[in-house]
Design a protein around this ligand. Structure first.
Ligand code: NAD
Length: 486
């Protein structure tokens, strides 16, 4: 993992204050870190709201990108995309630019923060895939009334996150990794993570590996959170699940996170810029301070990391809380920070530090991933049409068009359910139809020219917006069937 040092041997950290409560929590964390013996040189940079408002569409200026490229370690506050500026979130831009493909979100019960789960010994980590899935942001309005978001999951992305989850478990002496997916419904996309998990797990025989359906995982997390150790999951599922788990131990004010990639690592709180409480000096800085602790461990400043963690726990044991934890006698952000500084060197009672070692990053080559199938065959194609006609009318028009084609119409679906040939479903149809054409000779390999020809004749009668080939890889159907299709 990349780090660089200045002439005095200090690790240089790109420091982004962020928006909303960012300046308050970041200055608290920085002050505390500066009070330890950690050898750190801060390199302040900007990203987020102000940058968008200056007209930069990505929210991240080139100087910040250059600083991260050079330093490889970032400590950042929450970033906001102001309404009316920029298309993409500056956070997502940063994660993608630096391929920080793993988002690690530890959740451990803090003995002095009383919650409905106190005493249950919650100590788990969500390892969330951080760049793929619906967060790739590939979206289209297919018709004025139909929105599409492509959920792309890759074998390489799955392998990276799964291997990292196992390596992380080893580095923390953890015994169990759950893979949480919705593979029962999204058999191909979510299923690819499950499949990859099952094949990678055999390389880590010392760790118990279990698959769990994501909705059951959410349920079990609330009923038996102490049963979980490491949970690896896709981007969207991880986003939701990790907010849930932070709620188990006292809320967003206590949830740190690390975004890890081969070229860069970014440390931040899980929470956002909380505009509702910004500037009031009431925010809980613990999450970002704990993110700082994760960063210190990452750069090898283990003593300072332990010292800060112990001081926070000691401070909480003294009953010093911000108002998100306890409204009566709450202290301000600056008072809490002062208390943590005063308590540096003191040891909390009810806490045993985990024995950790530096994580081994999975070695995955930075080259274009080409997953080869021994055999491949195109069985046909799906084309998405916009039409105000009904299924029977569209079906008979399309049948007519395929008279001289190598392809035939197999079915039409509407919102995922087969509506032609009619199977009697009460589907509430809209003007967006998926029409599936397959080869008349089921043993043949459909050629692109056949698809182009049929699409050409179709174009004279219909508005279409999307084509997808139907592949068979290594003799296995590699597309889903619609409800009711066989
Ligand atoms: P949020 O996390 O900012 O706030 C949710 C709720 O939790 C609010 O009521 C807030 O007051 C409270 N809260 C959050 N952090 C707290 C803390 N440390 N102490 C006490 N209370 C705290 O979520 P949001 O309101 O949905 O998002 C606000 C903005 O932040 C949005 O623009 C969003 O895009 C951005 N955001 C950024 C990041 C990031 O930079 N990593 C993450 C999430 C949201």
């Amino acid at each position: 993992m990349k780090t660089i040092k200045d002439k005095q041997g200090k690790t240089i950290i790109t420091y982004i204050e962020g928006d909303g409560i960012g300046p308050e929590v970041m200055s608290a964390a920085r002050k505390i870190i500066d009070e330890t013996n950690a050898k750190i040189s801060w390199e302040p940079c900007v990203a987020g709201k102000k940058v968008f408002e200056q007209g930069n569409q990505s929210g991240v200026p080139q100087e910040t990108i250059d600083s991260i490229k050079k330093n490889g370690v970032v400590f950042k506050g929450p970033l906001e995309t102001p309404v009316g500026f920029g298309q993409n979130s500056a956070n997502v831009t940063l994660r993608k630019l630096f391929e920080t493909y793993a988002n690690i979100r530890p959740v451990r019960e803090l003995p002095s923060v009383i919650t409905p789960f106190s005493g249950r010994n919650i100590d788990l980590v969500i390892v969330r895939e951080n760049v793929e899935d619906l967060y790739a942001g590939i979206e289209y309005m297919q018709t004025p009334g139909v929105a599409e978001s492509l959920k792309l999951i890759t074998r390489k992305g799955c392998e990276k996150i799964v291997r990292l989850a196992f390596e992380f478990a080893i580095s923390e002496g953890r015994k169990k990794v759950h893979c949480a997916t919705k593979a029962n419904i999204m058999k191909l996309s979510e299923g690819l993570l499950k499949k990859t998990f099952e094949s990678v797990a055999s390389r880590y025989p010392e760790i118990e590996a279990k698959h769990i359906i994501i909705d059951n995982c959410a349920h079990q997390l609330v009923r038996f959170p102490e049963e979980f150790d490491v949970i690896v999951t896709t981007n969207m599922n991880g986003d939701i699940l990790s907010d849930l788990t932070s709620g188990l131990i006292g809320g967003l004010g206590f949830a740190p996170s690390a975004n890890i990639g081969k070229e860069a690592a970014m440390f931040e709180a899980v929470h956002g810029s909380a505009p509702d409480i910004a500037g009031k000096n009431i925010v809980n800085p613990t999450a970002v301070i704990l993110a700082g602790v994760m960063m210190l461990r990452h750069i090898g400043e283990l003593e300072a990391a332990d010292q800060i963690q112990q001081s926070i726990l000691f401070t909480l044991e003294q009953g010093i809380y911000t108002s998100d934890v306890n409204k009566t006698n709450a202290v301000s952000t600056t008072e809490f920070t002062k208390a943590v500084i005063n308590n540096l060197g003191k040891k909390p009672k009810g806490w045993v530090d985990r024995e950790t070692k530096q994580m081994r990053m999975p070695e995955i080559k930075n080259e274009i991933a080409f997953v080869k199938a021994q055999t491949r065959r195109c069985l046909g194609f799906d084309i998405f049409l916009e039409s105000g006609s009904n299924a029977a009318e569209i079906g008979s028009m399309l049948k007519e068009m395929t008279k001289d084609s190598a392809l035939t119409l197999k079915m039409i679906s509407n919102r995922g359910t087969k509506v032609y040939p009619d199977m009697g479903a009460y589907t509430d149809c809209i003007d967006h139809w998926r029409c599936r054409f397959v080869a008349k000779d089921p043993s043949s390999n459909v050629q692109s020219d056949d698809i182009t020809e049929l699409t050409k004749s179709l174009s004279s009668k219909f508005e279409w917006m999307h084509i997808e080939k139907l592949w068979e890889f290594d003799g296995e159907r590699s597309f889903s069937l619609s409800q009711g299709e066989d």
